[in-house]
Design a protein. Structure first.
Length: 123
């Protein structure tokens, strides 16, 4: 099981080879891929997105299982932010990975590697 960081989704949409390989492997192996609700916001908020780009984002997100923030995730994110100084959105994404007991896949290893309890995989 994986939780995809926003940058993995964005790079996939830009036809990045590593992100494409990850989603191809996830599809072929029927892996569960989670995304935080934060990732949905981050992926869909960049103006100006065309309708085609929005649909592409929706297609990728449709492959994933979205985990929306709840009390457990927000408290874990607050603890991560307090303990490791991680930005709020990254703390919420990390807390989502911890909540789902999944490996966070990201290009942003530098910020996440400080979180000792997090399973992390770089692409």
């Amino acid at each position: 099981m994986y939780t995809a960081d926003t940058n993995v989704v964005v790079y996939y949409l830009k036809n990045d080879v590593a992100a494409g390989d990850f989603f191809d492997r996830a599809t072929a192996q029927h892996l569960i891929v989670y995304v935080s609700g934060v990732t949905e916001v981050e992926a869909l908020c960049y103006p100006p997105l065309t309708e085609i780009e929005i649909q592409s984002i929706e297609n990728v997100l449709g492959f994933c299982t979205t985990i929306h923030t709840n009390a457990i995730i927000t408290r874990q994110a607050a603890e991560i932010r307090r303990k490791y100084g991680v930005k709020t959105m990254d703390a919420l994404i990390a807390a989502t990975a911890l909540f789902t007991n999944s490996t966070l896949i990201t290009r942003n290893v530098r910020d996440f590697k400080r979180i000792q309890e997090l399973s992390l995989e770089a692409i």
